[in-house]
Design a protein. Structure first.
Length: 431
């Protein structure tokens, strides 16, 4: 780490690039954290000062935690997008170009009006000059489509893994200076975030499982996220998940931190579901109330299995298998955006919010609609369901005015459809 960063009293007292023969042993003071690269920003690592001054850990534990604090800063610095206050992935956004008035929780949460909805295009508009980096949008986004440039989810998870066996004390840049009189019990290590409002249920659950301990927070975080996780941990382990700074002496390890699942490529709701499924195991711990989670209800008889809902579900809570003729739903993945209900031509879908069911069935892919597979009349390949084809024929066939080839094409797969039309055209020319 010393090759990557150096701690110094004053930022002007150090070169931007450190040479290989630089005498690190001569540096005794703690202050500014400087990256070993040309033109790099200088960061004041207040959490290191706080830890050295207030920790009651034994020397060996102090050395371990100091190494972690250095490495955490290195990870955050290396992964930070310093050119942008927030990063946005429209591909997993519940509002971007959707049919219904779904989600847009970020726009509702933004106190500065930096994120607004464009009702005509159904896209979000962002004004960087208005953004105060409060990170409230990050904390409420159910899929992780919005992340803070200073600390994204990938870097957050890597840093969280450093805290295995330790008790994280969450502090942000606004509150750390107010902790000068705070005494840190043995094993407590500061966990620095740019702003406490960035911490969603997913981020907090990640830190809980990677550390294996209760979390202590010294800054403001989402009251809803804190309540949900305290209720979940209370149901499963009989203890609170997140403690206040006044409860710091009571904080203790709770669970094993040997979480080894591959979560790469998953959106935030899928990460939350995967992690919580591990905590639940095969037992039933009852219901935890939360208006950000719920269940998907489908009217089996009305559903035509057109798969429009599955095709437009960015959370992958709905999935269709046309060869089997089934529609599946996973309640744990649903973020209650309501897009499926808005786009369903049969109005067969309803979203019921209000609870997390701490049992295996809530996380399972369950069949919510089923129909017989429909086979292409030309090649015999299954490509749709009987209900969906019957509906298509009923709506479109009358428009073809008795054209047998066009009507037949409605019962053909994508590969055979043009063949039928070309064959009919050639027969017409040769007649």
């Amino acid at each position: 780490m010393l090759k990557e960063f150096l701690l110094q009293d004053a930022p002007e007292a150090i070169q931007s690039i450190l040479t290989d023969d630089f005498d690190f042993t001569a540096q005794e003071s703690v202050g500014y954290l400087v990256a070993n690269r040309s033109g790099a920003a200088q960061i004041y690592a207040r959490e290191i000062d706080l830890f050295l001054a207030r920790s009651r850990s034994d020397p060996k534990t102090q050395a371990k935690i100091l190494r972690i604090l250095y490495e955490a800063r290195a990870i955050a610095f290396d992964r930070a997008d310093l050119d942008r206050k927030i990063d946005y992935d429209h591909k997993i956004c519940h509002y971007h170009e959707k049919v219904g008035d779904s989600c847009a929780l970020c726009a509702q949460a933004c106190p500065e009006g930096a994120i607004v909805k464009d009702e005509e295009t159904h896209r979000l508009k962002y004004a960087a000059d208005l953004c105060s980096s409060c990170a409230k949008c990050v904390g409420v986004c159910p899929t992780g489509a919005i992340e803070l440039g200073a600390l994204g989810s990938f870097a957050f998870e890597k840093i969280a893994r450093l805290y295995e066996g330790l008790i994280p004390l969450i502090v942000d840049e606004k509150t750390i200076e107010n902790l000068e009189a705070c005494s840190l019990p043995s094993g407590v290590a500061p966990f620095v975030v740019p702003n406490g409002d960035m911490l969603s249920e997913t981020a907090l659950l990640t830190l809980l499982q990677e550390s294996g301990s209760q979390i202590v927070t010294a800054c403001e975080i989402s009251a809803q996220a804190q309540r949900v996780l305290n209720d979940v941990w209370g149901a499963i382990y009989g203890k609170k998940a997140i403690l206040t700074i006044g409860e710091i002496d009571a904080a203790q390890p709770i669970v094993s931190s040997d979480y080894a699942a591959d979560l790469s490529g998953l959106n935030a709701r899928a990460v939350f579901a995967t992690r919580l499924r591990r905590a639940v195991g095969d037992r039933d711990f009852g219901i935890v109330e939360s208006d950000r989670f719920g269940a998907i209800e489908v009217d089996w008889d009305r559903c035509s299995l057109c798969a429009a809902c599955a095709q437009n579900c960015v959370s992958a809570a709905l999935s269709a298998d046309e060869t089997e003729g089934v529609l599946r739903a996973c309640d744990a993945l649903c973020s209650l955006c309501g897009e499926c209900g808005a786009i369903c031509p049969e109005k067969a879908i309803a979203i019921k919010g209000g609870a997390i069911a701490l049992n295996p069935s809530w996380f399972a892919q369950r069949v919510v609609a089923k129909d017989e597979a429909f086979f292409c009349v030309e090649c015999g390949k299954p490509f749709a369901t009987s209900k969906s084809i019957a509906k298509t024929i009923a709506v479109i066939a009358p428009l073809f005015a008795g054209d047998e080839a066009k009507i037949r094409s409605l019962s053909c797969c994508a590969e055979c459809k043009p063949k039928v039309m070309i064959k009919a055209m050639l027969e017409y020319k040769n007649a």
